[in-house]
Design a protein around this ligand. Structure first.
Ligand SMILES: *[C@@H]1O[C@H](CO)[C@@H](O)[C@H](O)[C@H]1NC(C)=O
Ligand SMILES: *[C@@H]1O[C@H](CO)[C@@H](O)[C@H](O)[C@H]1NC(C)=O
Ligand SMILES: *[C@@H]1O[C@H](CO)[C@@H](O)[C@H](O)[C@H]1NC(C)=O
Ligand SMILES: *[C@@H]1O[C@H](CO)[C@@H](O)[C@H](O)[C@H]1NC(C)=O
Ligand SMILES: *[C@@H]1O[C@H](CO)[C@@H](O)[C@H](O)[C@H]1NC(C)=O
Ligand SMILES: *[C@@H]1O[C@H](CO)[C@@H](O)[C@H](O)[C@H]1NC(C)=O
Length: 362
């Protein structure tokens, strides 16, 4: 089934007028120069009426400014209607799982592809409770986030809140601001078992009147239909780690992984964890890939995202981390709740509440 959703944006980010009175707001980095967000700096190029800020950094920027800022001369007020706009083609997103190359791909200093870039996975949602970050989830409609049940099982919906469009959780200097929402309804899978982990999946629903607003950095990811066959292609996991909070920068990590064929998954699970008599049904899927601190680290909840067949830049949610990743063998073994197995349950829970499920359909 092909449902085209046309989402048109008219996004005109009208950057603040930075006059000399406002320069006091910003740290001085050199005579007549201040550390300002890139978009407020004159340096850049205009192509077809679009202004692209210069994101290169000089030694001066690095010594004095945050990595999302540039050392810039803002003595002369910027033209008062300086409009930083996305043109029509950039404003049109037709499908779930799509993303825009915004030219906004900020990256931290010393970037080694271990961190996700700004808006690289625009459906990635940070889940918090009052005393801090819990785990990550994926936005499947403007009203609904999917995550692992083990992440939220001890909390009431009213204790949880969600942040979409977030990137560096330590600061608020991103070119587009994040969105924060309360959780109205927490739906654990009715057959969820903690140990051994089974049916490890939960839905977090927003208040009907305050959904997330889709934007270049806030998008929904597609869900696979129940009969979908994953083609072992290059997939990614991404999310924030609890250990990274309270530092200078708190960026989502990312790792490439691949999905193991079903028979290999069954034999590895039998050998590694679940015992000889274990018969794999489709509730779990396995991943392989290189070990790193992120995938082998503490077990929050992270989404496993795979490209759609025939497209390397449109994604579906294949899994949610269900058990601690095994990193004691030469290759890692990741164990994920298999989202396609839960597709009917998810559809049912949303339909029960009169929520539109077309957004995540292929
Ligand atoms: C900053 O801009 C003002 C106004 O254009 C100019 O007079 C001044 O020389 C510039 N200062 C530096 C350090 O470039
Ligand atoms: C919009 O921007 C894209 C990418 O920069 C460019 O390829 C396209 O030609 C632009 N379209 C219009 C109508 O300006
Ligand atoms: C939970 O398990 C029961 C018993 O096996 C089964 O009948 C029911 O369909 C399951 N619920 C879901 C949502 O899968
Ligand atoms: C799976 O991938 C292989 C090679 O990349 C390709 O030849 C094949 O057609 C794909 N199968 C499906 C069902 O997409
Ligand atoms: C945090 O920033 C301060 C000041 O820039 C720096 O001295 C310190 O080393 C940074 N800490 C970390 C963990 O990067
Ligand atoms: C799938 O397998 C697991 C583990 O053996 C079992 O707990 C679960 O009930 C099975 N589910 C279905 C729907 O067969």
């Amino acid at each position: 089934m092909e449902i085209s959703q046309m989402v048109f944006w008219t996004i005109f980010l009208i950057s603040a007028v930075v006059g000399s009175d406002e320069s006091e707001r910003y740290t001085t980095c050199a005579p007549e120069k201040h550390c300002v967000p890139y978009d407020l700096c004159y340096d850049g190029i205009s192509v077809d009426g679009n202004f692209y800020p210069d994101r290169s950094r000089t030694l001066l920027d690095e010594q004095h400014c945050h990595y999302m800022e540039k050392c810039c001369n803002i003595t002369e007020p910027l033209p008062d209607t300086r409009i930083y706009k996305y043109n029509d083609s950039m404003m049109t997103l037709q499908h779930c799982g799509s993303r825009l190359d915004l030219w906004l791909h900020l990256r931290p200093l010393g970037y080694k592809k271990r961190e996700a870039k700004f808006a690289e996975f625009p459906w990635l949602v940070a889940i918090y409770r009052a005393n801090g970050y819990l785990c990550s989830g994926a936005l499947i409609t403007p009203h609904a986030v999917l995550t692992a049940a083990h992440c939220v099982q001890n909390d009431a919906a009213s204790d949880l809140h969600l942040v979409a469009g977030e990137w560096d959780a330590a600061v608020q200097l991103e070119p587009l601001t994040h969105q924060e929402r309360a959780v109205a309804d927490l739906v654990l899978h009715p057959n969820y078992t903690q140990s051994p982990s089974g049916h490890n999946i939960a839905l977090l629903l927003l208040h009907p009147e305050s959904p997330f607003e889709l934007a270049p950095h806030v998008q929904v990811i597609c869900l696979p239909p129940p009969q979908f066959i994953y083609n072992f292609s290059q997939c990614y996991v991404a999310g924030w780690r609890r250990a990274d909070f309270n530092g200078n920068e708190t960026l989502p990590k990312r790792s490439p992984l691949f999905v193991l064929p079903r028979d290999q998954c069954a034999s590895k699970l039998r050998l590694a964890i679940l015992g000889r008599r274990y018969a794999l049904n489709d509730t779990l899927l396995c991943t392989g890939g290189d070990k790193d601190d992120f995938v082998c680290g503490d077990m929050g909840a992270i989404p496993l995202m795979c490209p759609l067949p025939g497209s390397d830049d449109r994604f579906m949610l294949a899994g949610l981390l269900a058990r601690a990743t095994r990193c004691d063998a030469p290759q890692l073994l990741g164990i994920y709740s298999n989202i396609k197995f839960y597709r009917r349950w998810i559809d049912h829970k949303l339909r029960e509440r009169d929520l539109d499920i077309r957004q995540y359909m292929l």
